[in-house]
Design a protein around this ligand. Structure first.
Ligand SMILES: [Zn+2]
Ligand SMILES: [Zn+2]
Length: 96
């Protein structure tokens, strides 16, 4: 992992669970880093989003449900959550 990636992961982690934030309006739920593997390669930074343990590995999470059921359940997509994450990080960096 490069320094730049580490910094990016830290920012993603600081946002908390992006699903809790966007769907449940529950900001800053402590989160784990979820890699969106199939989007990898083209971007300079690995595509990652923050998900709390439940929404990551739990029965209602992306790995527990599988991506398709997860996206259907919450009416969102990994791509949308990624865009949201990157947008929030961008907003934060404008403030500093
Ligand atoms: Zn969550
Ligand atoms: Zn994951």
């Amino acid at each position: 992992m490069t320094k730049e990636e580490k910094k990016h992961y830290d920012k993603v982690a600081r946002l908390g669970c992006i699903l809790c934030k966007s769907v449940f309006e529950n900001p800053h739920t402590p989160c784990e880093i979820h890699h969106i593997r199939r989007l990898g390669g083209k971007r300079s930074l690995a595509p990652v989003i923050g998900l709390c343990p439940e929404h990551h590995r739990g029965n209602t999470g992306v790995h527990g449900l599988g991506r398709k059921a997860f996206e259907r359940t919450y009416n969102t997509t990994e791509e949308a959550l990624l865009e949201l994450t990157l947008g929030l990080i961008n907003d934060l960096s404008q403030l500093r």
